[in-house]
Design a protein. Structure first.
Length: 446
């Protein structure tokens, strides 16, 4: 069988084998830490916290942490504070001249930006950790328990939670350096996958034991629908529009250069998962104000707390479309592309070099970004629709949204890197037909 032969070939490549083993070891450390409860917390009194994270926006936070959030573990805050800090720094690189200058300084500028991102991550953690402890205390009181009182517990618990998140970041960087894929993305992927077996099992039991659940046929229909959504997400990640570029012939000495036609692959979803991350960060704002306290919500604020509600998903979908255009605009630079083609004696057939080429690429990007952004918004809000047709909240998270796109994107990137190692050592790739295409090569999910 080809699969068995491929596994043997992977194991024969020493560098690839070592990278897979290192990745497995570091992921095992991460998963072990997800079950280590904060000192002073009674694990048997966390039922209320687990109930709170079964639905709504907190369910997403718990999913991205691999269940560490609901376990009150030392890794409870997960990698999301770093993601939030990265988003802020990316926005700063657009609006603040100092960060724009750092981006142009190459490797030294990148290291400086990473340093600022870590500082901001620590600052966010010092605010989020006490907020998490406040919510934890409120939920435990609901079952007749409580966290230890006093400044000393709050101090060392904050330090542990902050150190736990920074340790996860360190693990992610080690996976990036010595593993097989981008570590931060892979850790988020592991957190998502960790919830999948339990979600499928719970859905199967619900469908087959409940008289009104639809039975095994309904469960199989859900699995088929899930596979269809995954296939659609893969098309969204890999979809491109190829623009032909003709290079003029040049004769230098006795050698002839150019004359060949090539293609610029413009991605339908050039922004990747970032528009959903941006929009999700804004939609988390109501949680930042009221979810970590005993404050009761009502009215329009309460609707924004319900990620299954109509108003929430309308606003969420609109923000995704807006941010898709925004992030595509800062990712794709038609002016630079036009100048590079002109510098290399290239041109788009029928289009004059210079401004007309830039306008042509702009128009194409506008035309392919609109359907791409709408499709992205539909995938993002799909879990709300699946919940309406009776799929459980936990299982519905895998039918779309950030979790599905991260899962598809990171898996494709990981397979692409494994295939690159195989081809570099003259072995067959993972697939007989064509090469695996990731989102943007080896770019991280965030």
């Amino acid at each position: 069988m080809k699969a068995v032969e491929t596994i043997k070939n992977i194991w024969k490549i020493e560098d690839l084998r070592n990278r897979i083993l290192i990745t497995t070891l570091l992921v095992a450390i991460y998963r072990f830490g997800s079950f280590v409860v904060l000192p002073g917390i009674d694990p048997s009194a966390l039922d209320a916290l687990r109930s709170q994270t079964k639905g709504g926006l907190l369910a997403l936070l718990d999913m991205f942490s691999g269940g560490a959030f609901s376990n009150a573990s030392i890794f409870a805050l997960g990698i999301m504070p770093y993601i939030s800090a990265s988003i802020v720094i990316q926005l700063a690189a657009i609006a603040i001249p100092k960060f724009q200058k750092l981006q142009r300084e190459g490797e030294s500028g990148r290291r400086k930006i990473n340093q600022y991102t870590r500082y901001l991550t620590v600052l966010i953690l010092l605010f989020q950790a006490p907020a998490y402890l406040t919510n934890l205390n409120y939920q435990m009181k609901a079952v007749g328990s409580a966290i230890p009182s006093g400044f000393f517990f709050a101090f060392y618990a904050t330090i542990i939670l902050s150190a736990g998140s920074m340790f996860i970041l360190w693990l992610g960087e080690r996976i990036t350096d010595r593993g097989i894929t981008n570590g931060i993305s892979f850790i988020i992927l592991i957190g998502i996958i960790a919830r999948l077996p339990r979600a499928i099992t719970a859905e199967f039991i619900s469908r087959t034991t409940d008289n009104g659940g639809g039975g095994l046929v309904m469960f199989l229909a859900e699995i088929v629908f899930l596979l269809f959504v995954i296939a659609a997400a893969i098309l969204l990640v890999q979809g491109t529009r190829k623009v032909p570029v003709q290079y003029a012939k040049r004769v230098v000495g006795n050698k002839q250069y150019g004359g060949a036609r090539q293609y610029i692959p413009l991605k339908v979803n050039a922004a990747g998962v970032m528009p959903i991350i941006f929009a999700q960060a804004i939609m988390f704002i109501p949680i930042s104000f009221v979810s970590f306290s005993s404050t009761q919500t009502s009215g329009i604020l309460n609707q924004f707390m319900d990620n299954q509600g109509l108003l929430y998903n309308l606003v969420f979908g609109f923000l995704i479309i807006v941010f898709t255009y925004f992030y595509t605009a800062i990712t794709i630079n038609p002016t630079q592309m036009s100048e590079d083609m002109k510098r290399n004696n290239g041109f788009i057939p029928g289009i004059k070099p210079g401004k007309q080429t830039k306008d042509y690429i702009d128009n194409i990007m506008d035309r392919i970004t609109l359907p791409g952004s709408i499709f992205l918004a539909i995938v993002a809000v799909l879990p709300a629709f699946t919940k309406v047709i009776g799929i459980s909240s936990e299982f519905s998270q895998f039918f779309g949204g950030t979790s599905l796109l991260i899962l598809v994107g990171v898996v494709l990137d990981t397979l692409q890197q494994i295939e690159s190692h195989l081809l570099m050592h003259h072995y067959d790739g993972l697939l007989k037909s064509g090469r695996i295409k990731g989102r943007t090569g080896s770019v991280a999910a965030y």
